[in-house]
Write a protein that binds this ligand. Structure first.
Ligand code: SAH
Ligand code: SF4
Length: 395
């Protein structure tokens, strides 16, 4: 069944549902069932040219070439890391802007997880995040979000036929719940049985705590997972590193997690450990106290250093002690060391080492793009890698 979402003019095929393609062809004098064939080429098989669509008649292919575009990502620079086998994609968009995505293997469980970007930059301005440091440029469109998946999956399967492409996390560049229209629409396309056909249970949306977006996700009926980047245990400390907390308070965020459910899934609390700031045993105990009574999992992320940011990576023994306290409280825990350090991997962020910040930042979250912003080329980039190793197969 094709999901019920509205079209996004002009006709960018990668962001369109089957229903929209059928109506488009129907209103332009082609048989309706051609829309289904088109959809299968575009969204199921990930075709990147009209020439590939061999079962479509030549006049239709010509019409499509004249009246529609694929949309999505224009090209990608791809890197394979030696240490863990991750693929890193630097996607170039229509307007020349660039976003990153990482595809990571889980050798133990034998599947792949892709980390998607949802915005070019980010306006939330968390003090430990290079994407935030660089500021906000623009929203990503549905077709651009979806195409990260099709491009990467195709690349993986060409490279490793039979590979199990499986999980998705919205943990790349940007705050997905400040781009809810496109993010929700992209999820509907990604889980469509007639199209890309991913399982919603294997899709995680990570947020810095945008309450209206969290509400919208909860009401959407989508059975995806929510990850909340908690990162601190008091209102004051969270405000210090995540100024967005002044708008959506810690108490309100936790209340949401206590009372509302996204799909049928437990929420994951992400906690970036910043040496000397939030990584002491007292913080761990306070975290346990805060989470009491909330069905959840905890994901600790030792900070990924960047020369642009003042924070340090925590000591291994402090991470271990922190973990011990969480585990002893019977909370499900995973620790996510960033992978791919051989190419300066950092975790959950676009780590552009550029000093030419140009995006807009700050609490107003107006998200006005700055045209003078300069983006970086692959060689300069400090890639992120978000490693979600917690598997919920059995939930
Ligand atoms: N904007 C969303 C999703 C993208 S960030 C969010 O904030 O949740 C994904 C994750 O990376 C978040 O949990 C964030 O706290 C974490 N992160 C950002 N910068 C990091 C860094 N330098 N080191 C470790 N984790 C980082
Ligand atoms: Fe934006 Fe997430 Fe980075 Fe915060 S951590 S600045 S919300 S991408």
């Amino acid at each position: 069944m094709s999901p019920d979402v509205s079209p996004s003019p002009p006709h960018r095929l990668r962001g369109m549902t089957q229903l929209e393609m059928e109506s488009l062809l129907d209103t332009n004098g082609f048989e309706r069932y051609r829309g289904r064939q088109l959809y299968q080429w575009v969204q199921r098989r990930g075709a990147r040219s009209f020439d590939e669509m061999r079962n479509l008649p030549a006049p239709l292919r010509e019409w499509l070439a004249e009246n529609t575009v694929f949309g999505g990502v224009e090209s990608a620079e791809t890197l394979r890391t030696s240490s863990d086998g991750s693929y890193k994609f630097l996607f170039r968009l229509e307007d020349g802007r660039k976003v990153e995505s990482v595809l990571m293997p889980d050798p133990k469980r034998g599947y792949w997880t892709q980390c998607l970007s949802s915005q070019v930059g980010c306006a939330v301005d968390c003090k430990f995040c290079v994407t935030g440091f660089n500021g906000f440029f623009r929203q990503m469109r549905t077709d651009e979000i979806v195409d990260q998946v099709l491009y990467a999956r195709r690349h993986l399967l060409e490279d490793q036929p039979g590979a199990n492409y499986r999980n998705l996390v919205y943990m790349g560049m940007g705050e997905p719940l400040l781009n809810t229209d496109n993010v929700l629409r992209s999820i509907r396309l990604l889980i469509d049985n007639d199209g890309i056909n991913l399982s919603p249970r294997r899709i995680t949306v990570s947020t810095s705590g945008i309450l209206p977006g969290m509400e919208e996700l909860a009401s959407s009926g989508l059975n995806v997972k929510l990850a909340l980047s908690l990162n601190a245990t008091t209102q004051e400390e969270r405000e210090e590193i995540m100024p967005i907390t002044k708008k959506y308070s810690l108490v309100d965020l936790l209340e949401f997690c206590r009372n509302r459910q996204i799909g049928r899934n437990r929420v994951t609390f992400e906690y970036v450990l910043l040496a000397g700031f939030n990584d002491t045993p007292d913080h761990a105990k306070q975290l346990v106290k805060l989470l009491r009574g909330i069905p959840c999992k905890v994901n600790l992320i030792p900070f990924n250093p960047s020369t642009l940011l003042p924070w340090q990576r925590p000591k291994t023994e402090d991470v271990e002690e922190f973990s011990r306290i969480i585990r002893e409280a019977n909370l499900t825990l995973s620790v996510r060391w960033s992978k791919a350090l051989d190419v300066d991997g950092a975790c959950g962020q676009l780590a552009g080492q550029s000093r030419q910040r140009g995006g807009s930042r700050g609490m107003d979250l107006e998200q006005k793009p700055r045209p003078e912003a300069i983006q970086k080329s692959l060689g300069d980039l400090d890639f992120f890698a978000t490693v979600t190793s917690d598997d919920d197969e059995n939930e």
